[in-house]
Design a protein around this ligand. Structure first.
Ligand code: GLN
Length: 231
């Protein structure tokens, strides 16, 4: 299973979000603490973020382990953004290993990362998926169904594939949508923004665990969590 995080708030450097936290994504790529399946997230990584005066996000992805990426380590302290989505990948058996299978996936203004796995046979075949990887096909399905329907879409996919795990993070630079479905999810409210992540990036007691089967929405005005069964 992969690990991922989303940040919405005042600009922070990519290094401060991805590499520097004591138990952040870099550490989680080789020593996750709450991962239920797989011990290494060495099959690539990716970060998508929004820059001033550009409505659509930019991405930096790789098929290699995050810990070996000296160029990202060098440049990330000078790249800043107020809306970031990053992931490290542990490929599901049978999935492609190239960069195009690494999250985040994108459609227009939206970025999406999937932590989990799903039987592609239950998803509609889509020519616009960025990869044949299950997560990319799921991303294309979520985008096509409409991101505001993501709760309904996840419930429907889970009904068709009860074994699926479907934790999702999405952002369009103005809000974060996050789904907990089968894997842990936590958030931390900081004075300058909110981070939502597969697992806490440090031991700060203010981290809050999101119950399973919930939809979290983070906007500049606050945060709401809704049980998906109630929607
Ligand atoms: N199924 C996805 C993949 O193969 C995500 C795997 C994960 O969450 N580790 O990349």
């Amino acid at each position: 299973m992969c690990r991922h995080l989303a940040w919405l708030g005042r600009p922070r450097t990519l290094a401060s979000l991805v590499l520097d936290p004591s138990h952040g994504l870099l550490r989680q790529s080789y020593a996750p603490r709450r991962q239920q399946r797989g011990l290494l997230n060495a099959d690539g990584w990716g970060v998508g973020f929004f820059a001033p005066d550009r409505p659509e996000p930019v991405r930096w992805r790789s098929a290699r382990p995050l810990w070996g990426d000296a160029s990202f380590a060098s440049v990330s302290p000078v790249l800043s953004s107020g809306a970031v989505l990053a992931a490290v990948r542990s490929a599901t058996v049978g999935m492609p290993l190239d960069e195009s299978a690494a999250a985040p996936f994108t459609d227009g203004r939206w970025l999406l990362s999937h932590n989990g796995r799903v039987d592609r046979a239950v998803l509609p075949a889509r020519g616009d998926a960025e990869s044949v990887c299950d997560s990319a096909v799921l991303a294309a399905h979520v985008f096509a169904a409409g991101v505001d329907e993501v709760g309904r879409t996840v419930r429907e996919v889970a009904r068709l594939d009860p074994e699926a795990s479907l934790n999702l993070l999405l952002t369009d630079g103005t809000r974060i949508l996050a789904v907990s479905w089968g894997d842990p999810l936590s958030y931390l409210v900081e004075p300058d923004g909110v981070v939502v992540a597969s697992e806490p990036w440090d031991d700060d007691p203010r981290w809050v665990d999101v119950p399973d089967h919930h939809l979290l929405e983070v906007t500049p005005d606050g945060l709401t969590a809704t049980r998906l069964e109630d929607r």
